[in-house]
Design a protein around this ligand. Structure first.
Ligand code: ATP
Length: 281
């Protein structure tokens, strides 16, 4: 895929046309009857759903429902025992992590994974470096092309830090950033690979209500630049406020899928969240 097919998330895009609120119905990621077992544990049981281009999809469910396993299967960490996952029409199975990144998928992790001894700027530049084309020779001798890419990478990293709201902290070591700033930095680093799909694994974990609200705004801004977003979350209220559609897992099975209001009123979902037995819901 050429770089021009991607929509980079940088402030230069701020005046780009807004994506329609209604999801475009072009499939981007297809989870096709996926079952995934760990020994005797069926972490995903015939899970089937599609993520459409331009939407914010919430993947929710109580603890142990299979959300992270589903994410890990989508991002190539686990291979499904049965079924398959397609991203932009291509099978994910058998692809290496960097190939999936090159295809345009980026993710953040439930437990923050930054380089603590690098600055915020350097952490983002590492992401942007994935797209550099210069050879080792060019880098070693600092040929003009390499120098230009280095400069562009830095400018892009600065714009991304501005976009996520932590540019004033760009020279700070990642370990010195506040928890909320580190979460934003993770998002900036993921965006540096110019993804078409950004997968966020519980990005609001540990946030207070004000921080959650700010994060929702950031997620909307990301979507408005043309990036499709998949959001794992178990805070139902948070998901309701930002997603176009929601898929609900419980014990590895999809128990509901639909618009936020439909999902919220679904008795199975209410039961799953309140721990009410199915037949009493
Ligand atoms: N590597 C693994 N080996 C064995 N079992 C696993 C592994 N990863 C996940 N599981 C099991 O698979 C099931 C689904 O776990 P998963 O972490 O995907 O749930 P989750 O919905 O992300 O939960 P949480 O909200 O607590 O993060 C659980 O029963 C879990 O114990």
């Amino acid at each position: 895929m050429s770089d021009t097919e991607r929509t980079p998330v940088v402030p230069a895009q701020a005046d780009a046309p807004m994506v329609e609120t209604l999801p475009a119905r072009e499939p981007l990621l297809e989870v096709d009857h996926v079952t995934l077992r760990f020994g005797g544990v069926v972490a995903l049981n015939d899970v089937d759903f599609t993520l459409y281009k331009g939407e914010i999809l919430g993947l929710i469910g109580p603890n142990g429902a299979g959300k992270t396993t589903c994410f890990n299967a989508m991002t190539g960490i686990y291979q499904p025992s049965e079924g398959q996952i397609r991203f932009r029409g291509e099978k994910i199975s058998g692809k290496k992590r960097h190939q999936i990144t090159q295809l345009g998928m980026a993710r953040t992790f439930q437990n923050i994974r930054l380089f603590p001894e690098m600055t915020a700027l350097e952490n983002v530049q590492v992401g942007a470096d994935a797209h550099h084309r210069t050879s080792v020779v060019s880098a070693l001798f600092r040929l003009p092309r390499h120098r230009r890419e280095e400069r562009e990478g830095r400018e892009k990293a600065e714009r991304l830090l501005e976009f996520v709201g932590i540019r004033p902290r760009m020279h700070e070591f990642a370990r010195n950033l506040s928890y909320g700033e580190q979460r934003r930095l993770e998002i900036a680093r993921a965006l540096a690979t110019d993804p078409v799909l950004l997968c966020l694994d519980e990005p609001a974990a540990g946030f207070n209500p004000a921080e959650k609200e700010e994060l929702l705004q950031l997620i909307r801004q990301i979507r408005d630049t043309g990036v499709t977003v998949l959001l794992i979350e178990h805070d139902m209220r948070l998901v309701m406020g930002v997603t176009d559609r929601i898929v609900v897992l419980e014990f590895g099975k999809k128990i509901a899928e639909g618009l936020p209001a439909e999902v919220r009123d679904n008795p199975k979902v209410v039961a799953a969240y309140l721990g009410v037995p199915d037949d009493a819901a």
